[in-house]
Ligand binder design. Structure first.
Ligand code: DX5
Ligand code: ZN
Length: 219
């Protein structure tokens, strides 16, 4: 069964603990935390202090997506704060291998993310060192954008790269995912779907999860 990682970016920040609980009760497999620095992406969100607070209330793993320049500087802080999966962008670091090693040597699962314009082939020499690839299906920075259809082609390429190499790397897809396209995205190769606005703006989190399960013929 596909796993859903609701993106807290679209949650009510004044009631984060309740939002975490409600997402977990609805069946969230993990919680996606979008960290933006106003430099790598044109938006500023949260830092390690908030991750630390989330860690106190979350029962499921924290899936932390760093959309920041020079992520190496902050990897130790986010791990200390409680990230269970920590993802850096290929485009944001000059020494991606070092970034990934620095996450893994601290005992945390390492993810690498690529933007919509970054080719999958650039992952060829790092993929064997990653636990997850986060494929962006919108340009990072904001919730509520439309899924870029070409992402499905990239997803198939990525899935093939992983299976050709016999790797266990998981694929997470982020941006514009909703109950209506969840099945298509999963069929193209995704293991984990990030869902921000389609989840938190739906009003009824359980019903949203049920819609997804139904799309998979699973309810
Ligand atoms: C976008 C973020 C996403 C965002 C997804 O830069 O990385 O995680 O929250 O939001 P939706 O699901 O609304 O596209
Ligand atoms: Zn994200």
């Amino acid at each position: 069964m596909i796993r859903i990682s609701p993106s807290l970016l679209s949650a009510d920040f004044s009631r984060l603990a309740e939002e975490v609980r409600a997402a977990e009760e609805a069946g969230a497999a993990m919680l996606h935390v979008d960290v933006m620095d106003g430099h790598f992406v044109p938006n500023i969100t949260i830092g390690p202090v908030v991750v630390e607070a989330l860690k106190k209330v979350a029962k499921v793993p924290l899936d932390v997506h760093l959309m920041i320049s020079d992520p190496d500087r902050y990897i130790p802080d986010f791990i200390k704060a409680g990230a269970d999966i920590l993802t850096v962008h290929l485009e944001a670091t000059a020494h991606l291998h070092r970034s990934v090693q620095s996450i893994r040597e601290r005992g945390v699962r390492a993810g690498v993310s690529i933007n919509p314009a970054t080719p999958v082939r650039l992952l060829e020499d790092i993929i064997q060192d990653t636990d997850m690839v986060l494929l962006m299906s919108v340009n990072p920075g904001f919730g509520g954008q439309d899924f870029i259809p070409y992402s499905l082609t990239k997803l198939r390429q990525l899935k093939k790269l992983i299976s050709d190499r016999g790797l266990k790397t998981e694929i997470e897809v982020d941006g514009g995912v909703k109950p209506e396209n969840a099945r298509e995205v999963a069929d193209a190769g995704a293991d984990i779907l990030v869902m921000g606005s389609a989840f938190f703006k739906s009003g009824d989190y359980r019903a949203t999860m049920e819609k997804i399960r139904r799309a998979f013929g699973d309810a």
